[in-house]
Design a protein around this ligand. Structure first.
Ligand SMILES: Nc1ncnc2c1ncn2[C@@H]1O[C@H](COP(=O)(O)OP(=O)(O)OP(=O)(O)O)[C@@H](O)[C@H]1O
Length: 293
């Protein structure tokens, strides 16, 4: 499984994050705001998957929310198709809300368990004034390899993997240009995870949708991304092709992420444990950790 050839370079990126800063206010008298994203610049081309990887709290979800216009941006810009999303007219904002969709981690809380799948899939269409019917629902179910009769059943009747397929179908309903996938496979077992990643790749080949794929798991982003960006304490410390970042990372933090990723082969796992020990004994580790705010 891999993301296939990288989309052509040179064209205007679909998404361009430029020197972005996001700060959250902190409770307490005269306490300075917490800077969560610090000067991040990142492009996503049409048809490209950029994996955004980092440990819990590194700011991945906040960056995804900033792309949706939902985070308190203190400086910098998010450009979608060349337009600054902070300066969109109401009509442009509505159009962007159709073009950028999200698939969340937890397929149990992201779908209303008491709604029929037909209603789940029709909801975004109706909210955007798009006519819908049984045929549209059937096509969406088909796109995620669920049977047509799933439409009349309730969301609670489906397994985690099936619910994530439904969530993907819902994201596809408005034919988006970009899907932000926020840990979409983290709640699933390994074989279901692989099938969902395959499905996302297949959809991309068919529709040329772009993905910003957020995860803490380097092996998962390696499988689906053209490029990987590594976020550490709100800063991008490494951006490169999926193969370069996951197989030959430059930054010590990425090396640490790579060493933490489990591998199936016990011999490789033991070699990795030794390498991790060696890295942890290096002098620059304390410096790296102290550099964090
Ligand atoms: N609404 C908020 N108000 C204040 N602080 C926030 C808010 N949302 C996130 N943060 C803080 O911003 C930092 C980054 O959080 P974020 O959820 O973006 O990280 P993450 O890398 O996605 O983590 P995880 O993988 O655990 O979801 C954390 O320290 C978090 O506490």
């Amino acid at each position: 499984m891999n993301a296939g050839p990288a989309p052509g370079a040179g064209a205007e990126p679909l998404l361009s994050v430029r020197d972005l800063h996001v700060s959250y206010p902190v409770r307490g008298f005269r306490r300075p705001p917490a800077q969560v994203i610090k000067g991040v610049s990142l492009d996503v081309a049409r048809g490209e998957t950029v994996g955004l990887v980092g440990e819990s709290g590194s700011g991945k979800t906040t960056l995804g929310r900033a792309v949706l216009g939902l985070a308190p941006v203190s400086a910098g810009q998010v450009l979608f198709e060349g337009r600054d999303i902070g300066r969109l007219s109401r009509a442009q904002r509505r159009s962007m809300a159709r073009d950028v969709q999200v698939v969340f981690q937890d397929p149990y809380s992201s779908l209303n368990p008491a709604m029929t799948i037909e209603d789940v899939l029709s909801e975004p269409l109706l909210a955007n004034g798009v006519r819908t019917g049984r045929e549209t629902v059937r096509e969406l179910l088909d796109a995620v390899h669920l049977p047509a009769d799933a439409g009349s059943r309730l969301a609670r009747e489906f397994s985690g993997g099936q619910r994530q397929r439904i969530a993907i179908a819902r994201a596809l309903a408005l034919s988006p240009k970009l899907i932000i996938c926020d840990e979409p496979t983290s709640a699933l077992d390994l074989s279901t995870q692989a099938r969902i990643l395959d499905l996302l790749l297949e959809i991309q080949q068919r529709t040329e949708v772009s993905y910003l794929f957020i995860t803490h798991d380097l092996a998962v982003v390696r499988a689906v991304s053209h490029r990987i960006a590594v976020l550490w304490h709100g800063e991008l410390v490494e951006v490169g092709t999926a193969a370069q970042v996951s197989d030959a990372p430059h930054h010590p933090y990425t090396q640490r992420l790579q060493m933490a990723a489990p591998v199936a082969d016990p011999v490789r796992q033991a070699a990795r444990r030794d390498e991790r020990r060696r890295l942890l004994q290096q002098d620059d580790w304390p410096a790296l950790d102290q550099a964090a705010p």
